[in-house]
Design a protein around this ligand. Structure first.
Ligand code: MN
Length: 261
């Protein structure tokens, strides 16, 4: 199995080492990852600047660090490492959760998304730590992935979809199992914080505190992880709200609105 691995925490991140260790047991792994942390870059790509691709010593594997984001890394990987394509693209293991619609901000998830766009089976993986500085428990992620590798990578493939996996940051023995579930909601308050620099000039820093009650979100990744389950969410690249197409076209096509032409 030909495997390409990327992440958004940078090629030196411990979560990437966990992912590489497991994947190497099952296939031929090549790594292309950002040269520094690029978390929350979303599905962006570098277009106005050159991408520098520098060999990186990674346990004897073919690996490169790139001055770009995960999307860049996937596309560089498919050009430099696997010009004839590969069988699996993995992104992670991220330091922090990628739950609910936070996945739209996530560089980790974007790596898998880019894999799916290229028609390749892709999985994003994240350690769901909820307190800054709390241990990420990558060993739990490593053990869970090792045990579930075969089922995770041989599920029937659906084109233009990928899997988003969140592993609770707890001891492996405390994991309660796995749940296949939908996306929940992550809502923040105090998103933008006002501060002053040493010269008294104002600036703003974006972060915020999550305010959400997992118990009100049954059947979601948010609930699953809060209860100690690994969440696996199939994500489609097609964001169309199919259920709303007919209603909307009736509204927008109604002569009375003046928008019939
Ligand atoms: Mn990250």
């Amino acid at each position: 199995m030909r495997i390409l691995i990327t992440n958004d925490d940078g090629i030196r991140a411990p979560g990437m080492q966990s992912l590489v260790r497991v994947a190497s047991q099952f296939g031929d792994v090549k790594v292309v990852a950002p040269d520094r942390e690029r978390s929350a870059c979303g599905h962006s790509m570098t277009m106005r600047d050159p991408l520098r691709v520098v060999p990186y010593a990674f346990d004897g594997l073919e690996a490169y660090e790139v001055n770009g984001v995960p999307v860049d890394c996937v596309n560089v990987g498919l050009t430099v490492c696997w010009p004839d394509g590969c069988d699996l693209i993995l992104s992670g293991i991220n330091n922090g959760p990628n739950l609910g619609f936070d996945i739209t901000y996530s560089g980790t998830v974007a790596g898998a998304m880019e894999g799916a766009i290229n028609g390749i089976r892709a999985i994003s993986l994240s350690m769901a730590t909820f307190v800054t500085g709390a241990p990420a428990h990558y060993q739990t992620g490593e053990s869970w992935l090792m045990e579930n590798w075969v089922s995770l990578t041989t599920t029937p493939e659906k084109p233009l979809t990928f899997l988003n996996v969140n592993i609770p940051a707890i001891d492996y023995t405390e994991l309660r199992g796995v749940r296949v579930c939908g996306m929940g909601q992550r809502v923040y308050k105090d998103r933008v914080e006002f501060r002053e620099d040493p010269w008294g000039r104002p600036y703003y820093w974006q972060g915020g505190v999550v305010v959400m009650d997992p118990d009100t979100q049954p059947g979601t990744d948010v609930e699953a992880v809060s209860q100690g389950f690994v969440s696996v969410t199939p994500v489609s690249l097609d964001w169309t709200d199919r259920g709303h197409v007919e209603t909307l076209s009736k509204c927008l096509g109604h002569p009375a609105t003046g928008n019939s032409r």
